[in-house]
Ligand binder design. Structure first.
Ligand code: CO
Length: 213
């Protein structure tokens, strides 16, 4: 059986099992969503948000891209953040990176000529590497350097979230959401907290909005 055919078969079985366990399940879920969490994670197939935190459908609103980046000109990510914050009013935004991230590792080396788009996507990771190069390059092994870069990337992406007008406005009016930076270890399945920014956290002045006249 082809792998996509297996997915369709598994889906039928899952829907049937779910319906048998709870006959009203899909009706209830179809009516509305009230997730309290926005998850911004890596596209890596080994880090499926819902599964690693044992969440049910309806609990996590998600955006995933290569190396879990929040880039201020990326309408895809920004529209997810805007909808999650302004409409769904999520209470927490979690940026979740993972050790051994291929995107992060790639950003620490030369560009691959045949991957023009990926190279562009990784440019801002290279900037993070450059900013922290002294600290990272001091580490002995390639694995240690890549893993520290994964952590610094998560912390930077959380900071970038706090630079967005969407977040600053929500902090001012709703005292929400709380921003979190987590990292996932592929080898034992455990999440580690790296940084937490509650509403009203200090932001460098150059990223703040001017007060209305
Ligand atoms: Co990754």
């Amino acid at each position: 059986m082809k792998s996509h055919e297996r997915l369709l078969l598994e889906n039928k079985a899952w829907a049937e099992e779910t319906r048998q366990r709870d006959p009203g399940y899909f009706e209830r879920l179809a009516a509305d969503q009230h997730p309290k969490i926005l998850w911004i994670g890596c596209s890596d197939s080994r880090v499926p948000a819902d599964i690693i935190v044992n969440a049910e459908p309806g609990e996590i609103f998600a955006h995933r891209n290569i190396a879990n980046q929040v880039i201020a000109t990326d309408f895809n990510c920004l529209s997810v953040v805007q909808y999650a914050v302004q409409v769904l009013k999520v209470e927490h935004v979690i940026v979740c990176g993972h050790y051994n991230c291929g995107g992060v590792k790639a950003s620490m080396g030369r560009k691959k000529p045949h991957l023009e788009l990926v190279n562009k996507w990784l440019i801002s990771l290279k900037d993070i590497y450059r900013m922290h190069r002294a600290e990272i390059d001091r580490l002995e092994s390639l694995t240690q350097r890549a893993n520290r870069m994964v952590e610094l990337n998560v912390i930077e992406q959380v900071r970038r979230l706090s630079h967005l007008a969407i977040i600053q406005t929500a902090w001012k009016h709703d005292q929400n959401p709380m921003l979190h930076g987590w990292v996932y270890a592929l080898d034992d399945g455990i999440l580690h907290q790296l940084v937490t920014l509650p509403a009203g956290s200090d932001i460098d002045e150059i990223y703040q909005q001017e007060e209305d006249e």
